[in-house]
Design a protein around this ligand. Structure first.
Ligand code: ARG
Length: 423
């Protein structure tokens, strides 16, 4: 009888062709996506800064002279408005991811209005030509600024752009007050409870005042020839010829050194009172602004810094009460304390006058100390421009609870500074 031979059906171990096809397809897609991501990542992270100088005409209810003076409230408000118009223009354009920032650096008068001069920074893959980018930028501004809502009333057709290099950009910035290059990463903790400054240029207005070559006080550069400091630094040390000022993050070696031409102590300063603890020093010859030596901005007399604001105090002073000065600049973050709180019985019991400003922490721990006197207490505004609000003046020991640092209130002496120095 015929019996079919049962050939065992060999199960095919190979996959169906369509499965192989699918797997190949998916692999290719994954690969393509990976390559795409890598290319994008590399392009994005190897983008180079492209700098431009731009002018823009506008009219407003204010006259040119009202923002003629750099760093004044008027100057800042107008600059903020223009910078945000420019920012919005780029945000609505194809350059939204390439635009980094714009900064108004000055104003100049025009027959019927004012011209704002600004720097603009972009990031592009290094394959692009600055000239072609310039055309795109110009086009975006001409187009989008038409929809900008004022005041001020800007004239989009007035926009002129020139392409500048990194050095030219730095040259414009170093002549502006309150700009700094190296902002260290990480939190700034450590004078007392602060930290050593990492790189040159972080606090470019800081000076060290030395009597016969030894550090005695801090000071702040407000223009190329004038420093602001504390009056008490000169109590027993009046002879300008024995003083020098140095700049840079180390006392030795300094980046720059100058002799004193003149010391002007506030007429009303009288030891041992802490009132009117302010002096200005004229240098023998002007310093040259660099990336590491620059001037700070001074706030308008009417400006009120809000209690709780973040501020920084810097100096070469002691790291503990009755300690010695240090060679490397230290910085510490402090908060502005309102005078009412600072005058409470357990704090300074009404010793804080309108010419003084308290900053630090009621719980203690972070403060300026001996040797920091005369040095800067600074705070930055929303445009990232730094202003001098206080001059290290006095305190009950250092960093003790309920004994925050007391500073000379710069706004209270703004007019005095101008009268003496023209700044
Ligand atoms: N008078 C001190 C000096 O000559 C500065 C003291 C600051 N003290 C303070 N706790 N914040 O250096």
């Amino acid at each position: 009888m015929y019996q079919p031979v049962r050939v065992p059906v060999r199960k095919r171990s190979c996959l169906e062709p369509w499965v192989i096809g699918l797997i190949t397809f998916i692999s290719l897609i994954v690969l393509a996506v990976c390559i795409g991501l890598i290319v994008h990542y590399v392009r994005y992270n190897t983008r180079k800064p492209y700098n431009y100088y731009s002018t823009l005409s506008f009219t407003s209810d204010k006259y040119y002279y009202e923002f003629d003076k750099e760093a004044t409230t008027n100057f800042t408000e107008m600059s903020q408005r223009i910078e945000s118009m420019v920012k919005n223009a780029f945000a609505q354009s194809s350059l939204r991811r390439q635009f980094i920032k714009s900064q108004v650096i000055k104003y100049s008068p025009q027959e019927s209005g004012v011209v704002a001069h600004m720097l603009m920074i972009f990031r592009f893959p290094s394959t692009q030509s600055p000239e072609s980018i310039k055309k795109t930028i110009e086009h975006v501004l001409h187009e989008k600024l038409q929809h900008a809502t004022g005041p001020p009333k800007v004239d989009p057709s007035s926009v002129v752009i020139t392409n500048i290099n990194k050095t030219e950009t730095d040259n414009f910035l170093k002549n502006c007050c309150g700009t700094r290059i190296g902002t260290s990463s990480g939190t700034s903790e450590r004078i007392i409870g602060g930290q050593a400054v990492e790189q040159e240029g972080e606090w470019p207005w800081q000076a060290s005042l030395q009597w016969d070559g030894a550090h005695r006080c801090g000071a702040t550069l407000i223009n190329a020839t004038w420093l602001v400091t504390a009056a008490h630094c000169f109590r027993n040390y009046k002879d300008p010829s024995r003083w020098t000022a140095s700049f840079g993050v180390t006392v030795n070696p300094p980046k720059e050194r100058r002799r004193f031409k003149r010391i002007i102590v506030h007429e009303n300063y009288e030891y041992p009172s802490h009132e009117y603890d302010i002096a200005v020093v004229e240098l023998s010859r002007p310093v040259t602004y660099t990336n590491v030596v620059r001037r700070v901005c001074l706030p308008d007399a009417s400006y009120k810094i809000a209690p709780g604001s973040q501020a920084y105090v810097t100096g070469f002073g002691a790291l503990k009460n009755d300690g010695t000065s240090v060679n490397r600049l230290q910085q510490v973050e402090v908060r502005i304390i309102d005078s009412k709180t600072c005058n409470e019985p357990q704090v300074y019991n009404n010793a804080i006058s309108p010419g003084m400003l308290c900053a630090g922490y009621l719980q203690g721990g972070k403060d300026a100390c001996q040797g920091d006197s005369g040095g800067p207490l600074v705070s930055s505004n929303s445009r990232d421009i730094w202003y001098l609000f206080g001059i290290v003046s006095w305190g009950d020991e250092c960093a003790e609870p309920n004994k925050p640092g007391v500073y000379t209130r710069v706004t209270a002496f703004r007019d005095w500074i101008e009268a003496k120095t023209g700044v």
